[in-house]
Design a protein around this ligand. Sequence first.
Ligand code: GLA
Ligand code: ZN
Length: 687
Amino acid sequence: MNVQTEKILPKFTHLLYGGDYNPDQWFDNPEILTRDIELMKKANVNCVSLGIFAWAKLEPKRDEFHLEWLEEIINRLHLEGIYTILATPSGARPRWLANEYIEVLRVDERGKRAHFGGRHNHCISSKKYRERVYKIDAMLAKRFGSHPAVIMWHISNEYEGECHCNICQDAFRGFLKQKYGSIEKLNSAWWTSFWSHDYTDFAEIESPTSIGENSINGLLLDWKRFVTSQTTDFMNNEIVAVKKYAQDIPVTTNMMGLSDVLCYPKLAKKLDIISWDSYPEWHEPGKNIYQGVLESFTHDYMRCLKKQPFILMESTPSTVNWRPVCKIKKPGMHRLSMLNAIGHGSQSAMCFQIRQSLGGAEKFHSAVISHCDSENTRVFKEVSELGKELSLLSEMIYKTYNKADVAIIYDKENKWALDNSCGPRNAGLDYNRECVSYYAYFWKQGINVDVIDSSSEIDGYKLVITPMLYMYHNNIQEKIRKYVDKGGYIISTAFSGYVDENDLCFWGENNKERLSDVYGIWVEEIDALYDGEYNQTCLNGKEYKLDTLCEIVHCTSAKSICDYGKDFYKGKPVVTVNDYGLGKAYHMASNPEQSLINELLAMILKEICIDVVLANTNIPDGIGIVSREDDEKKIIFIGNFSEDEQEIKLDKMKMDDSKKMLYNIDGSTADETISFGPYEMKMLIEK
Ligand code: GLA
Ligand code: ZN
């Protein structure tokens, strides 16, 4: 893969630095713009996102448009070298619109229509709403589509949520009719004979609700699919509007990372560039390192939606205002988290928000310019220093991208199906954590990982891991079979391959739909352990704990690597390996402690040739490593996510290898020992 990064955002080929800016909240103090520009320049801001929730100022009355104020701001900013990411305002609507068309307001799952208020409170199917959105979007595009300062469209804001109104119910029925063709086919795909819930007509179908139908897994899953499809269609209506007048400006929408509301790979197809809003819970006692791993995993998922660098659209310069406890970012944490995002493929380090509002729900959310309105704040200084640093690094970083030999399959529809499944363990099954526990090993070793979903191609990777891939769909079995046959290595884990795309269980002893041929095993039973209850196993002379789930597995052609040490299934395999074609297929039948995952992955990596950036180096816990490269160099980002000082000793061999020297960012040769303060990020260059 060779990514031409300069083509992704053609009008602005530098790292983007800035954030959401809401001058529409400051109409009573228009002189604030001069002050904001002065401070933005001091903070090295080079772009802002404008107009995200500004509909009431853009169209205060039906068909009365006021775009002149926005134009003036875009122009003033542009004169100072600050570019604009222009938003469509559909994330929140003006009061007149809801007054005129009640149907634009959402109906909840119990059938109650929302009153006007909040944001994101709109019906995703209403024609009227789509018409009004199209109109304002097209007005913006006509006016600003060829403005030299406008570099990207920010379509709406964090699409989310569902609507259960009659228009949506009808659209859902249409979606199902198209998918299944006949009610008989739907009944059998959804297994509706269970509890006598057969449908006799599509007209009888209602969206899932806690006061009615919620026991049909196929319905739950298809409803989620419908919401994604309808939201994508809603978004596309906006994209069509802006592209009509501004074909050359790339479109994005700000996503929410691992959020379960939508299946982002589907939205991604309609977008030119992926962007997302990142708000990890830093500084929760004992959890920083996990947050660092989870955050990096999420960046990789976002990057892989289009297999190209992405935009970090929002992050907080210090605290958010919406957690039970809103901690401020400790010194260094903002720089660390932003450079880590860049390391994982971001072309930006954007903030929410430039200036803190004086009122409303977010008045205590941190901002680059706080209520102190001063450049003498810790946060302002940190933001400015980072801005300066990024402006110096931009050229070096911009054209590089992440290459990965390892892929982890993280599949949103699988997550939905797992969440709906009753049994085998209804509390404590944590799909995200399961994926992250495998990812963590690579994170620490500096082995880049692609986080893809099961619709992606897997050819070309050397190792693919499918943690808890309960649902096999998107023809993943055939892809895995071919991949392993040609020499690929794969690892599956407990509770994988149980159901098809309708959430119907596979059956039969050696069912190839479960890849029994590839893994050389069949699973007879699955036991669930209480919190605090463990089984155990022993590998290479070391004992390891197992928790959560224990599958009872039979080997057909696979060999057992280690066995259960307790309970009536003592002696049955925990980890198996099967030679299949030219490759190998591993299965982990339980949920082991992290050190067993590390041990197993280390064993497997000895057999596969994978580039480890700082090979043979002993990396302490809390350090996360990732790299971006181009034809000339590799930039290695090494972050210390712990609050302790840390040290790493570089591999002497690698340093002496004339082909691959390690340099500091200033061009000097790297020392053999690199030390890190708390939350410090350092970068090395390999040439
Ligand atoms: C989200 C939204 C922003 C703002 C921030 C606050 O990401 O997109 O408008 O509300 O949260 O953290
Ligand atoms: Zn609706």
